[in-house]
Design a protein around this ligand. Structure first.
Ligand code: SAH
Ligand code: SF4
Length: 396
């Protein structure tokens, strides 16, 4: 069982969930329900027998009403509110920059700590009503050759609080505290921002528990998609602990080419990846895996490539998302021509796969897939290893 799911929690675990470093007060927004209950009991803010009820009240204020001030929790005694304010915080991280693209896409540059920044993008009028693209890491340890984020290196993993904060900031901006499910602009979440979510699964899973909770933000797990470059050993744990929808950044159907485009393929080649996908918990026609395939001119976009793709995914309940390559300064690729993309898509369609071509969104503010990159400085490798042992392992 992951430590996240354990029923006990000491306050040091809560302290890890702060937005702004270990010296700051623990931020309650990144705690799951059991963790919140425990934190309130440990802090002496709720008697053990009342902790569940108190945590339920506090939870609703934080995740249903989006309050950032304990004083607003009007059904809780004044002294209790003051005691909580003394021990904990609900503060949002700072928004360093907000940009809105001509197509309505909004991008926030969020400052988690001095020099540590991450990007979050809201894309209106997609999925059910609109999707928020969240980041799971500052930068990325992997270096897919077509991805801007990959050129940044890794700064660090985000905490659960920092992942939840991205959703909170979007809902603040969209004025959705609270809004009934039918009237929301933000209906879906995709982990397709900066970083490889499966290298930060514990925080991603905790954030999913929080975001999907029915008495809070209440975005169902079926509307939350986690995209991975293919960290094979983490696929099963992802399905089992989160029930999230799965997206795989495939991009090539042969190992020789995928090794170049998505270098983690050298570690987990296609045969292993496809076997792990076929075994993904809960995969069915109602819960299909999405294969993402970036269209790179003259690299992976021929009709032979499309046919190879159909053969590779045969029998898997799947849809294919064709992503026109989004350029970034200095990128060594070009986007395939429209006619080439259409021909590729029609082969998939004939084989029975829904294969929408993703419309580039927010390109004018560098908010489209693979264009995200903040200026956060890289930590030295030794500091990185100290922060996150799992990331110290070679990735390719
Ligand atoms: N690290 C995860 C999630 C973030 S990337 C992953 O790789 O899946 C989100 C999606 O954007 C991935 O499918 C990625 O391959 C794609 N992508 C990256 N750079 C891109 C670019 N320049 N143009 C189009 N899509 C890109
Ligand atoms: Fe990292 Fe995903 Fe970009 Fe690859 S595509 S470098 S895994 S963010």
């Amino acid at each position: 069982m992951s430590p996240r799911l354990s029923a006990t929690l000491d306050i040091s675990r809560a302290a890890k969930a702060t937005h702004s470093g270990p010296a700051a007060k623990p931020n309650l927004t990144g705690l799951t329900r059991p963790e919140l209950r425990q934190a309130l009991a440990d802090a002496g803010v709720a008697a053990p027998e009342k902790a569940k009820m108190r945590a339920g009240q506090v939870w609703r204020w934080i995740h249903h009403y989006g309050v950032t001030d304990f004083a607003a929790m009007t059904d809780i005694a004044k002294e209790t509110r003051a005691a909580m304010a003394e021990r904990f915080t609900l503060a949002r991280p700072q928004i360093a920059l907000r940009q809105q693209g001509s197509d309505g896409t909004i991008k926030w540059l969020i400052r988690l700590a001095p020099g540590v920044e991450v990007e979050t993008v809201f894309i209106p009028d997609v999925a059910h009503s609109g999707a928020l693209c969240v980041s799971s890491q500052v930068g990325c340890t992997l270096n897919c050759s077509f991805c801007h984020t990959g050129t940044q290196g890794l700064v660090r993993n985000l905490t659960a609080a920092e992942i939840v904060a991205q959703v909170q900031i979007a809902r603040d901006d969209l004025g959705e505290w609270p809004t009934s499910l039918e009237n929301r602009k933000l209906s879906n979440i995709v982990f397709m921002g900066m970083g490889e979510p499966l290298y930060n699964l514990e925080s991603v899973a905790a954030a999913l528990d929080i975001i999907s909770d029915n008495e809070g933000i209440a975005i169902s797990r079926r509307r939350i998609t986690v995209s991975t470059s293919g960290v094979v050993p983490q696929l099963k744990p992802l399905g089992e602990t989160t029930g999230a929808m799965l997206a795989i950044s495939l991009h090539a159907t042969r190992d020789a080419l995928r090794d170049q485009l998505v270098p983690i393929n050298k570690r987990y080649p296609l045969a292993e990846l496809m076997a792990a996908i076929r075994a993904y918990p809960g995969l069915s026609n109602a819960r299909r895996v999405t294969f993402e395939y970036v269209m790179l001119k003259g690299v992976n976009d021929t009709t032979a490539d499309a046919k190879a793709l159909v053969r590779l995914i045969a029998g898997i309940p799947a849809k294919v998302n064709l992503i026109p390559f989004n350029p970034w300064p200095g990128a060594p690729f070009e986007c395939s021509d429209r006619a080439t993309i259409d021909a590729f898509a029609s082969i998939l369609k004939r084989a029975g796969y829904a294969s929408p071509v993703r419309k580039p969104r927010g390109r004018d503010i560098l908010a489209a897939c693979g264009q995200l990159k903040s200026e956060s400085e890289k930590l030295r490798a030794s500091a990185r290893r100290r922060q996150s042992p799992v990331l110290a392992a070679p990735t390719a």
